[in-house]
Ligand binder design. Structure first.
Ligand code: BTN
Length: 265
């Protein structure tokens, strides 16, 4: 698989020597964190065929069986303050729409903040994590991405069968995972080049693909559920929501999760 991925990268891709492929591990994010602490360079990519402890936001697990998905992590070492990376997850989601379009021939939507969706089903999840030096400065950012590529509906556990999808389910065709992985590496490299200098364009691309904007949404915070209308995504990636009493709030993805009024999307 490693050779297949390398063979699909363009000659100009600059991080070929920092690409690691491992058949099975606990979590690509966790392993890359260890590698980052040991000095792995900016641009290191780690891809696994299978994860035994893949995880997402809020401690949720991310199902990662072998042979059907891509479990991918990229290490960046941006020279900036952590507050300048508030848009990192949005920039990643926008880049991932480019990657899926290039490799599978359709453009997914983005469910705020970090899910790629199509036909009401989640195809891909993103988990970005930051690491700090003892003096509080940013040391690294890890972008973790899980993509469902080849699954059919029956491959998902019953509780996910109505909300999870795959690139194969959308296209009705077999999916070349190496092609998808290479497209991800290329798109994320391009994104990394404009992460700090091209924030406006990255966010504009995110807003164009974000299906949550304009929707009636349920905001779930612990046991509390509030309903409102999503108006926009602000420059820090927060969702701008109008509530029935006329108040407008910018809600942070760390605090709430969003559901459509009638289902997952
Ligand atoms: C989510 O849906 O909340 C995010 C899921 C992120 C999953 C990816 S798979 C590769 C990387 N390793 C992990 O343990 N998580 C991310």
């Amino acid at each position: 698989m490693k050779e297949q991925i390398l063979s699909q990268l363009s000659p100009g891709y600059p991080w070929k020597d920092r690409f690691h492929y491992i058949e099975s591990l606990n979590s690509t994010n966790d392993r890359l964190k260890t590698m980052a602490k040991q000095g792995a360079p900016h641009g290191t990519v780690l891809i696994a065929d299978r994860q035994t402890g893949g995880h997402g936001r809020r401690g949720r697990s991310f199902l990662s069986p072998g042979g059907v998905g891509i479990y991918f992590s990229l290490l960046l070492r941006p020279e900036c303050a952590p507050t300048e990376l508030m848009h990192l997850t949005c920039a990643t989601a926008a880049a991932m729409c480019d990657a899926v379009e290039a490799a599978a021939g359709f453009r997914p939507g983005i469910k705020w903040t970090n899910d790629l969706v199509c036909g009401g089903r989640k195809l891909c999840g993103i988990l970005t994590e930051l690491g700090f030096r003892p003096n509080g400065e940013l040391d690294y950012a890890i972008i973790g991405i899980g993509v469902n590529c080849c699954q059919r509906k029956a491959d998902f556990p019953p509780e996910l069968q109505d909300i999870a999808g795959s690139l194969a389910m959308v296209t009705g065709r077999d999916i070349d995972r190496a092609k998808v992985a290479a497209a991800m590496m290329e798109a994320l490299y391009v994104m990394s080049q404009s992460l700090l200098s091209g924030k406006e364009a990255l966010l504009a691309s995110y807003r164009k693909d974000c299906i949550t904007i304009g929707q009636e949404v349920s905001l779930v915070r612990g046991d509390e559920i509030r309903h409102g209308k999503a108006l926009d995504v602000d420059d820090d990636g927060a969702l701008v929501v109008a509530f029935p009493d006329g108040k407008i709030e910018h809600v942070n993805s760390g605090e709430v999760s969003v559901r459509g009024m009638y289902g997952y999307v």
